[in-house]
Design a protein around this ligand. Structure first.
Ligand code: KG4
Ligand code: ZN
Length: 395
C-alpha cells in the first residue's frame, strides 16, 4: 500500500473560551500517521470570563471574532506560508463573503483586509470544530472556516471536538513529530471535560459507541462549581488540584468524607450533581472556612471524583473487553486522576495500554482538531456546509 502524500491541514477551534488555530503537515494513514506542527497559536479568554465565574457565550463569540484573523496571520507566518501580495477580490466574491460573514460583524472587516493582502496559502484542507460546545462560539469558527474555504477554494472538514480530545491522547511525541498509531481494539475512551463525562468504545477504528455518561453535571462542571463555592477563581479544576496536592503531600487522611455517587450502581453512568450538593451542604454547616478546611475539601472532592471515574472505567473495561484505554478532555490534566489511573491500570488491568494526553494537549487546542481532521479527510468526508451543533454526539 502506498502512503498518502504529505498534506497540510489548517485546524480551527472556537468551541469554548480558547481561540486556537494550527497548521499541521500530515502523512501516513490510519495505521500510522505523522504530524508536524508547522504553526500553532492559542489565545485563552480565561481572564475575560473570570469575573463571571464561567464562560459567558456572547463575550466568547466577540473575542473569537476579534482574534481569529490576527491568530491566523501569526500561524501562517510561523508556518512560513504567509505570502503577502495584493489580491483582486471581485464584486461577486465580496458579496458571497459578506453573506457568509453576515452574522460576524466583528470579524468581517479584518477578514476582507487580510484576504486582499495575501495569496491563498499552500494548505490542502480546512478543518473546524462543529461541536459540541457553545453554539455562538462555534459559529464564529465555522463561518470563518467557510469564508476561508470559499475564497481560497479549499475543501472543508467538520470535526467533533471530543474526537479531537480522544485522538490527541493517542498521540506520541517522537522528536517533535506527533505520531498516532492505530492501537489494539477495542479502544475505550473516558472523555472528561467542562461539558462532558462519557465512556465511549471504538470497536472499529473511528466508530464510537456510548458505554456510559453523566446523568447530570459533567465532571469539569463539578470542579468549577465546587471551586466557586470555595471562592476559588474560574476555571476551578486547576485551582482545586493545586489546593488538594498541598494536603495530599502531607497526609492521605482528609477531615471530611464526601459521597461517591452511583459508584455501586452497576452501570457505567455517572452522577456528579450529588457530590456538588454534598459540598454545598457541608459548607452550610460551617461559618467560614479555614484555609486548612478548604484544602481538605478540595482533597476529598478530588478523591471522590477519581474513585468514581476509576470504578466506572474499570467496569467499562470488563464490559467492552477493551485492550486500550484513552483519557481525554480538560479534566485529564488533573494530576491526581492521572496518578490514580496510572496506578490502577498497573495493579488491576496490567494487560491494557493506557494513553493520557501530554499536558499541552489536554485542554482545548487546534492541533487536536487538525489531527482528527486529517483522518476524516483521508476518508474523504468533505462537506460544503457546516452547522454548529452544541450537543454534537460522538456516539
Ligand atoms: O476540554 P476543556 O478544556 O474544555 C471543554 O471542552 O469543556 O475542559 C475544561 C474543563 C474545565 O471544567 C476545567 O476546570 C477542567 O477542564 N480542568 C481541570 C484541570 N484543568 C482543567 N479539572 C481538574 N483538574 C485540572 N488540572
Ligand atoms: Zn474540550
Amino acid at each position: 500500500m502506498t502512503a498518502a502524500k504529505d498534506f497540510r491541514i489548517l485546524g480551527i477551534e472556537t468551541s469554548c473560551d480558547e481561540t486556537a488555530i494550527a497548521i499541521l503537515e500530515c502523512k501516513g494513514d490510519e495505521k500510522y500517521a505523522e504530524f508536524t506542527v508547522l504553526g500553532n497559536a492559542l489565545l485563552s479568554q480565561i481572564d475575560i470570563h473570570k469575573e463571571y465565574g464561567g464562560v459567558f457565550p456572547a463575550l466568547a463569540k466577540r473575542e473569537h471574532a476579534k482574534n481569529l484573523v490576527p491568530i491566523l496571520e501569526a500561524v501562517l507566518e510561523e508556518a512560513e506560508l504567509l505570502r503577502e501580495d495584493t489580491q483582486i477580490i471581485t464584486e461577486e466574491t465580496r458579496n458571497k463573503l459578506s453573506e457568509i460573514l453576515a452574522r460576524e460583524p466583528g470579524l468581517s472587516e479584518a477578514f476582507f483586509e487580510f484576504i486582499s493582502e495575501c495569496e491563498p496559502p499552500e494548505i490542502d484542507v480546512i478543518a473546524v470544530t462543529a461541536g459540541p460546545g457553545l453554539e455562538p462560539a462555534l459559529w464564529v469558527g465555522i463561518n470563518f472556516a467557510h469564508a476561508l474555504a470559499f475564497v481560497w477554494n479549499k475543501p472543508l472538514i467538520a470535526v467533533n471536538h471530543m474526537e479531537g480530545h480522544l485522538l490527541s491522547a493517542l498521540a506520541q511525541n517522537e522528536n517533535g513529530v506527533l505520531t498516532i498509531t492505530k492501537t489494539n481494539l477495542p479502544v475505550l475512551g473516558l472523555l472528561i471535560s467542562g461539558g462532558h463525562t462519557e465512556l465511549v468504545v471504538m470497536n472499529e477504528w473511528l466508530k464510537y459507541e456510548l458505554v456510559g455518561e453523566t446523568r447530570d453535571d459533567a465532571v469539569g462542571e463539578a470542579f468549577d462549581k465546587v471551586a466557586r463555592m470555595l471562592n476559588l477563581p474560574y476555571p476551578g479544576g486547576p485551582e482545586i488540584s493545586r489546593l488538594a496536592e498541598t494536603t495530599r503531600n502531607v497526609s492521605s487522611e482528609t477531615l471530611f468524607k464526601l459521597p461517591r455517587p452511583m459508584i455501586d450502581s452497576g452501570t457505567c453512568d455517572f452522577s456528579f450533581a450529588g457530590l456538588k450538593t454534598a459540598v454545598l451542604n457541608l459548607l452550610k454547616t460551617k461559618e467560614g472556612l479555614t484555609d486548612e478546611e478548604k484544602r481538605h475539601i478540595a482533597h476529598e472532592f478530588e478523591n471522590a471524583v477519581a474513585d468514581v471515574l476509576w470504578k466506572k472505567t474499570s467496569l467499562a473495561i470488563e464490559e467492552t473487553g477493551a485492550q486500550t484505554l484513552v483519557i481525554g478532555g480538560g479534566v485529564s490534566a488533573n494530576t491526581h486522576i492521572r496518578r490514580v489511573f496510572t496506578e490502577k491500570i498497573k495493579s488491576e488491568h496490567s494487560d491494557i495500554a493506557l494513553h493520557i494526553p501530554s499536558a499541552a494537549l489536554t485542554t482545548d487546542n487546534a492541533i487536536m482538531i487538525a489531527m482528527a481532521g486529517y483522518f476524516r479527510a483521508q476518508r474523504k468526508e468533505f462537506v460544503t456546509a457546516i452547522s454548529a451543533n452544541g450537543n454534537l454526539p460522538l456516539a
